[in-house]
Design a protein around this ligand. Structure first.
Ligand code: SF4
Ligand code: SF4
Length: 465
């Protein structure tokens, strides 16, 4: 059995006070001046230790409060309240919600699985990945605990064309040469996010994290400079259709990505002339034409395809179709054509939570690209000020290299633990077996149509009696 893949996490504190979900509002007017004020009774000493952070102009009280509500309930004049913080509610957008951002911050700090307390309070279905329910029927088996248990759960995957069979001669030696593949110990590839206030150390920190995690870090080829020379083997350069120069690809690189475009054949020829052993991934945007493009790309002999969704987890040209729909439809199409095992399907766009990675694999992806979460791991608030040339509120560009790498390792460590938890609960011991295993999930749309489909559609304006 191969040695167990473990991501070593260590507590890595925030550099700035995080934006907290709720704040304390304490009125002075009408105070009875009780002999022992409830503020003195706070077991966490929140009121006694309050101070002002002059750099961020933040009072410590909200960040230290543990939300026990003792002071709120104990004040006889009801002068203490807790209220939602408008700054928290303004974080991110409708997809990268404040709760997702805050969860990513916590995981990057602690490296641990987030615990939401007493039960799940949210809705049971929603758009995109939220419409998939995973089958956790094996959760009762303690040996299936992949994190601490005895059973080994492998999250490793292969990238490239795996052989259909192996042929041996009479002496037991392999007859056919094995095709070139890369194996990575977890189905997650880091990818440079589309925006961010980035410095040299940020990019190097991500590359260092990819190396320590033994995965890949995809980034535009023109961002590769001397500062990344020690990380060649973990880099996945994304070449551009404009002004492509193969000489700019570092020697140790094993895989590059080309965009699906008119110049693709020319770029690929140049790449193969430059280094015949390079693996080539073709990036195809999730849109109306993707099916036809994927099939033609596979027919041309390419063995790695990257289906790229939009950052909000939808198709680029249709906000009613989601990344999970795109992965599933392509996976099924490849199976129907009998060519699924000829290629590795990578997917990305809107992968915001560990469960999104698992659900993408259930839908048929071999691995996923993670982009914005590695920026949020560095305390990004998704405010997009950097896209307007304004200063970053958390100075991401000045973050030290080791801090960047450790935060990303913590985040991916927490995701890896969640992947193990989900796989263990589903009774799956190998991530390669999870691919396309739709029998381990229920899809809300399918259940809805099979149960209520015969009742017809409720038309707009129609009143139900
Ligand atoms: S809610 Fe609890 S932890 Fe927070 S300040 Fe009041 S007593 Fe302290
Ligand atoms: S916090 Fe805002 S300015 Fe800084 S990287 Fe994130 S989106 Fe850009």
């Amino acid at each position: 059995m191969p040695s167990k893949y473990v991501i070593h996490t260590k507590h890595m504190p925030h550099r700035f006070e995080p934006v907290i979900k709720s704040g304390i509002i304490a009125w002075e007017e009408g105070c009875l001046k009780c002999a022992v004020c409830v503020k003195k009774q706070c077991v966490y000493g929140v009121y006694d230790n309050r101070r002002l952070d002059p750099l961020q102009m933040i009072e410590s009280i909200d960040n230290q409060c543990m939300n026990c509500f003792r002071c709120v309930q104990g004040c006889p004049r009801e002068l203490i309240h807790k209220s939602l913080n408008p700054e928290y509610q303004a974080l991110g957008d409708s997809y990268w919600t404040p709760d997702i951002i805050s969860d990513l911050w916590d995981q990057s700090e602690t490296g641990k699985i987030p615990v939401s307390g007493s039960g799940y309070p949210g809705p049971f279905s929603g758009p995109g990945f939220d419409s998939i329910w995973t089958d956790m029927s094996e959760i009762v088996r303690p040996t299936r605990d992949g994190i601490h248990g005895r059973e080994y759960i492998s999250t490793a995957i292969d990238i490239g064309k795996t052989p259909v069979n192996l042929t041996f001669d009479n002496k037991g030696n392999l007859v056919k040469k094995l095709s070139h593949i890369i194996d990575i110990p977890l189905p997650i590839i880091l990818r440079m996010p589309p925006f961010g206030s980035l410095g040299d150390k940020t990019v190097q920190g991500w590359a260092l994290a990819a190396g320590r995690l033994e995965t890949l870090f995809a980034l535009p080829q023109d961002m590769i400079d001397d500062g990344l020379k020690n990380f060649d083997q973990w880099l996945m350069p994304e070449v551009s259709s404009l002004g492509f120069n193969p000489a700019g690809i570092p020697k140790g690189v094993k895989i590059v990505e080309v965009p699906y475009c008119d110049e693709m054949d020319e770029i690929v020829k140049d790449l193969r002339d430059f280094n015949p052993s390079l693996l080539i991934s073709v990036r195809i945007p999730m849109s109306e034409e993707m099916e036809e493009r994927v099939l033609s790309t596979v027919k041309q002999g390419f063995a790695i395809i990257h289906l790229e969704g939009a950052p909000d987890g939808c198709f680029h040209d249709d906000k009613n179709r989601f990344v999970k729909d795109g992965i599933r439809s392509i996976h099924i199409k490849l199976v129907e054509n009998g060519i699924r095992d000829r290629l590795t399907l990578l997917a990305g766009g809107g992968i915001a939570l560990a469960e999104h990675a698992t659900k993408s694999i259930i839908c048929g992806a071999d691995a996923v690209f993670v982009d914005f979460p590695i920026l949020v791991a560095l305390e990004c608030r998704m405010c997009r000020r950097c896209t307007m040339g304004l200063p970053c509120p958390v100075n991401i560009e000045s973050a030290p290299l080791d801090w960047v790498a450790a935060r990303v390792e913590n985040l991916i460590g927490a995701w890896h633990s969640q992947l193990l938890e989900m796989m263990g609960a589903m009774g799956i011991r190998d991530a390669r077996r999870l691919r396309g295993e739709a029998g381990r999930a229920m899809f809300f749309e399918e259940l809805d149509s099979s149960i209520f489909g015969s009742m017809g559609e409720v038309e707009e304006g129609c009143e139900l009696e």
